[in-house]
Design a protein around this ligand. Sequence first.
Ligand SMILES: Nc1ncnc2c1ncn2[C@@H]1O[C@H](COP(=O)(O)OP(=O)(O)OP(=O)(O)O)[C@@H](O)[C@H]1O
Ligand SMILES: [Mg+2]
Length: 304
Amino acid sequence: MANTKIKIENVSKKYDVENKALLFTKGNSAHDNFVGHETDYVLKDVNLEIKEGEFHIFLGASGCGKTTLLNIVAGFLNKTEGSVTLDDKEINGPGSERGVVFQNADSAIFPWLTVQKNVEYGLRMQGVKKDERKKIALDALDLVGLKGHEQKYPDELSGGMKQRVQIARSIAANPEVLIMDEPFGALDAQTRRTLQDELINIWKKTGKTILFVTHDIAEAVYLGENISIFSVAPDASIVDKITVPYKYPRDVNDQRVGEFIKYTTEQLENAIRASKAKHEGLQKADNEEEVVENEVAEANSVAV
Ligand SMILES: Nc1ncnc2c1ncn2[C@@H]1O[C@H](COP(=O)(O)OP(=O)(O)OP(=O)(O)O)[C@@H](O)[C@H]1O
Ligand SMILES: [Mg+2]
């Protein structure tokens, strides 16, 4: 049985929101004080264990908090409550054991560096010697299918190629965990499938733990060993965990896999429906409470 790599315990998150309008209002005394407010809980009491070497998927509707939780695991965001550990050590910021691949490659890679220099960047920061750096970068570029494009600049690349550069850069830094936020979301179907297959190969070759966010159910079932299903914010959490029972490579045209995609879709729909019903129930209860309060207030004013 593999060791637990990442453990998420009772994690909740509220955001602090600046009031941008007030920030730009000159002479407003709010300048000197708190300019903003705290949101409701986006995430509430999230619990999850990811094993070493696991390919784990976060699946949920847009806005449910997948990126929020992923950024907490990456160490870019603080949690409001709870604990997140990596190898039993609390995560309090970014670390070289975790490599992050963002949805938008354009904002993640440097336009003034060649493909190879982009991939070498993190290694240079770590003080790895030039020859060693080059070797690691070329191997990583080979792994993602970019051999022959090393000296190009990002603006000479397609969207899929830029995304490969980002993935190569993460792999070159040799993290233990690859954290990927909808990395193939903006790509056409064919490029997407190619990169999905490459990612499975890289995972098999390197044995890394992968945490992959998507809202595409077929992609979740094609890639993941385990899928965490999110309910809807506010108070979103992981409400269901599904293990995909098929060996790789999976064939989405295989009837059984197709049935499993349907099953996963139903689970996701149930999760969304249940949380919406809960929100509406709470809202209704709030409204009813307000009506009761108003009635009480009215009755009191009559009484007075
Ligand atoms: N910086 C922020 N300040 C305030 N609220 C935020 C902030 N970032 C996200 N949120 C809110 O938190 C909720 C979850 O956002 P998040 O980006 O984590 O969703 P997501 O599941 O990744 O969605 P998508 O699939 O669209 O990427 C949303 O309601 C969003 O409005
Ligand atoms: Mg997101």
